[in-house]
Write a protein that binds this ligand. Structure first.
Ligand code: GLU
Length: 444
């Protein structure tokens, strides 16, 4: 029988999960789910001063919104101290660990050190291949501050053994921890898990990931208006590829496609541009109703968004304009700031000279607007396409600028706005006729 694969989500609740942490959790998740394995969640909260339950709640919220579910836990290391104490006592008894002065300068302060056998450790990393490290350099390293106060290497090893973890998948920054942890596994008489160290994520400029590059938390990404499907898809591409040029995947498709063999060992570079394009792809996949709901929910917490999202014409904007243009919902806030949609809330105040196209006479412009009025008054269908059909032939015949500029300007009062047919469809027939009438009056 094949062994059951068990992986772990082991965040330290000392801060919010940033994108690197989540990428690691995602790869654990995909590996487990694609192998019918299990995910164990545990909070590594041995740093009591910096750990807190708010960070735990924020981490769990991120996992739940991203759909990264786990099978067991969440456990807390702070509630498992008895297991670490037990392991320490066994090691001390066997003289594998011993109480020692913390340092020469700090005589009197005691710690517990591991008696390092000083040997070479070789392990086969699923991403990086065979790695050999001489542990002599580590000396007799500290595993606890006191018999009841174990630190990271010991707690991780005891937990991994007790939870039956078969695969430890974590960031490359932990690679030097691995030989120490293997020594401890051997000392405790357990079986050594398989390791996979994921490549670092770096910024476009090849520098270590900083805030500016996207070292931001899940919640910050959410507040910028990226959706879980987009975030998951993009993060999967940070270090993994499907072996061909496909780049859009749902979570279920990733579960089917994922394998650790396809994880690269060179750094993955984070790009907002790519994230935007992946997120937009997933936004376009959403059914219309779901998309609208997302937009309304997003706008509700922004003052300028809340003002517009209840407007009767706004659903038309969502469907006809935003869906085409938006990569992430915060772009809508920028558009609102720039006044792009002022025309939907207020009837424009227009000046006669602005409505006139180049050298055309006021009389001619008036004639065109009247034509548009008459034609649209009789229109039975009201979509951007049908409105375009009604006017296009005439516009080509008379001059597109001459006909369509005053038409659009009467409706929006803005030199820049979406195309006139979309604008008209969003405003609705009654409002369009009303605004055209205002334009006509202005010219008389
Ligand atoms: N708690 C550690 C961290 O958040 C996990 C390290 C590990 O995977 O062993 O970095």
């Amino acid at each position: 029988m094949k062994e059951k694969i068990i992986v772990r989500f082991p965040p330290s609740p000392t801060g919010s999960l940033h994108i690197g942490n989540i990428r690691t959790l995602l790869f654990n998740y995909l590996f487990a789910r694609s192998n019918d394995g299990e995910v164990v969640m545990r909070f590594e909260d041995t740093d009591r001063e910096r750990s807190n339950s708010t960070h735990e709640a924020i981490a769990l919220e991120a996992l739940s919104e991203l759909g990264l579910d786990f099978d067991k836990g969440p456990f807390r290391q702070s509630e498992r101290t008895h297991m670490y104490v037990d392991a320490l006592q066994r090691m001390i008894k066997k003289d594998i660990a011993y109480v020692a002065e913390e340092s020469e300068e700090d005589a009197g302060k005691h710690v517990i050190r591991f008696r390092n056998p000083n040997k070479k450790i070789t392990f086969n990393d699923l991403v990086r291949g065979e790695i050999t490290i001489d542990t002599t350099d580590f000396g007799d390293f500290v595993i606890a501050r006191s018999e009841t106060n174990p630190i990271y290497h010991l707690t991780v090893v005891v937990d991994d053994l007790e939870m039956g973890i078969t695969h430890v998948i974590r960031g490359e920054d932990h690679i030097t921890s691995t030989p120490r942890q293997i020594l401890l596994v051997e000392a405790l008489g357990g079986s050594i898990p398989t390791y996979a160290h994921l490549p670092l994520i770096i910024g476009n400029d090849k520098k270590k990931l900083g805030k500016r590059h996207g070292a931001i938390t899940y919640q910050e990404f959410r507040d910028l208006g990226y959706i879980p499907a987009g975030i998951i898809n993009y993060l999967a591409l940070l270090g993994w590829n499907p072996g061909d040029d496909r780049e859009f995947f749902t979570k279920n498709e990733l579960v089917k496609e994922f394998s650790l063999e396809r994880v690269n060992n060179s750094p993955a570079s984070f790009s907002y541009e790519k994230l935007d394009s992946v997120n937009k792809h997933h936004l376009l996949q959403l059914p219309s109703e779901e998309y609208k709901e997302y937009v309304h929910t997003f706008l509700a917490v922004h003052p300028e968004g809340a003002k517009i999202s209840g407007h009767p014409h706004f659903d038309g904007i969502i469907e006809n304009i935003l869906r085409e243009r938006v990569h992430k919902f915060s772009e809508i806030i920028t558009m609102l700031h720039d006044g792009e949609f002022n025309w939907i809330i207020n009837q424009p105040i227009i000046k006669k000279e602005d409505i006139i196209w180049k050298e055309t006479s006021a009389k001619t412009i008036e004639k065109h607007l009247k034509y548009a009025y008459k034609t649209l008054e009789n229109a039975s269908k009201w979509t951007p396409e049908s409105i375009r059909e009604n006017l296009w032939h005439y516009a080509e015949e008379q001059g597109k600028g001459e006909v369509l500029w005053p038409f659009r300007f009467s409706l929006t009062g803005q030199k820049q706005s979406p195309d006139p047919f979309t604008v008209a469809s969003v405003l609705g027939k009654e409002e369009v006729l009303d605004r055209l009438q205002n334009g006509i009056q202005l010219l008389q």
